[in-house]
Write a new protein. Structure first.
Length: 240
C-alpha cells in the first residue's frame, strides 16, 4: 500500500489522546501508544482512503488484541462510525501516500538547507563584514536625509482664536489626513492655513476642516451653501 513505515511524531506517545486511552483502558501510556501504533500500521497496510468498510468495533478489538480499544479511539475522535463502518479521520493528512511524500519532501528540504550552510573562509568573512558595514552606513545616511518630522499639535503655536482643545484635536486629524494622502503640510503652508482659519472664526474653521476631511480633499474648503438658500458665491479653496 503506502509503504513500510508510518509518520509518527516524537510527541505522539505523550499526546493527551494517548493518555486518555491509557486511563480509559487502565494501562500505561506506553502500552496505549503501542496499541495505537499497531492500529495505524494496520490502517497503512489495508486502507486507501481511511474507510474500513465492514469492520466493526468488535472486529477491531480482536484485530488489535485489546477489548475496549476501539471504543477508546471513538472517545478521543481518532475513530468514527459512519453508515455502520469505521472511518479514520484525517487519514490523508497522516497515513496516506501523499502524507508520506509530503513528510519526505520536508525532510529533503531541511537536509538541503542544512547542507547549504558552509564555513566561510577568512576572505569571505571580511567581504561579508564589509558589505554589512556598508549597508549600515547607507541606512544611517538615509535616515539623516529624511526631512524632520511634522510638528505635533502640542508643539504648534495656535492663534488665540483657535487655541482650544477641540480645535487642537481636529487639527491633528487634518495633519494626519494630509500625511495619509502623501501631501504632508509644510511649515509655510501650515502657518498660512492657521492664519486663514483664525480669520473666519473658530466654529467656521472647525466646520471647514471636518468637511474637507470627510470629502477626502487636500485643500481646505468650506461646505457649499445651497443656491436656493442664498445667493452667496461658492466657497473657494483656501489652500494654494
Amino acid at each position: 500500500m503506502a509503504g513500510d513505515w508510518i509518520k509518527v511524531e516524537k510527541s505522539t506517545a505523550r499526546k493527551p489522546e494517548v493518555l486518555r486511552i491509557a486511563a480509559d483502558l487502565e494501562i500505561s501510556p506506553d502500552e496505549a501508544f503501542g496499541l495505537c501504533f499497531r492500529f495505524w500500521s494496520w490502517c497503512d497496510d489495508h486502507l486507501t482512503d481511511g474507510h474500513a468498510d465492514g469492520v466493526t468495533v468488535v472486529t477491531l478489538d480482536a484485530l488489535i488484541g485489546r477489548a475496549g480499544f476501539a471504543e477508546s479511539l471513538l472517545k478521543v475522535c481518532w475513530l468514527q462510525v459512519r453508515s455502520g463502518s469505521l472511518v479514520v479521520p484525517n487519514f490523508d493528512r497522516h497515513l496516506s501516500a501523499s502524507a508520506k511524500n509530503r513528510a519526505l519532501s520536508g525532510k529533503r528540504q531541511r537536509n538541503k538547507r542544512h547542507g547549504s550552510v558552509t564555513k566561510l573562509s577568512r576572505a569571505q568573512r571580511d567581504i561579508s563584514v564589509t558589505r554589512e558595514e556598508k549597508r549600515r552606513e547607507e541606512n544611517i545616511e538615509a535616515k539623516a536625509s529624511k526631512p524632520p518630522p511634522l510638528l505635533t499639535p502640542e508643539a504648534l503655536v495656535f492663534p488665540a482664536e483657535l487655541s482650544t482643545q477641540d480645535f487642537r484635536g481636529l487639527w491633528e486629524q487634518w495633519e494626519r489626513h494630509r500625511a495619509e494622502t502623501k501631501h504632508p503640510l509644510k511649515s509655510v503652508m501650515r502657518t498660512g492655513q492657521l492664519e486663514m482659519l483664525a480669520g473666519i472664526g473658530l466654529d467656521a474653521a472647525k466646520e471647514m476642516i471636518r468637511h474637507t476631511i470627510a470629502m477626502g480633499w487636500q485643500g481646505l474648503r468650506a461646505p457649499e451653501v445651497p443656491r436656493q438658500a442664498t445667493k452667496a458665491t461658492p466657497a473657494k479653496d483656501y489652500t494654494p
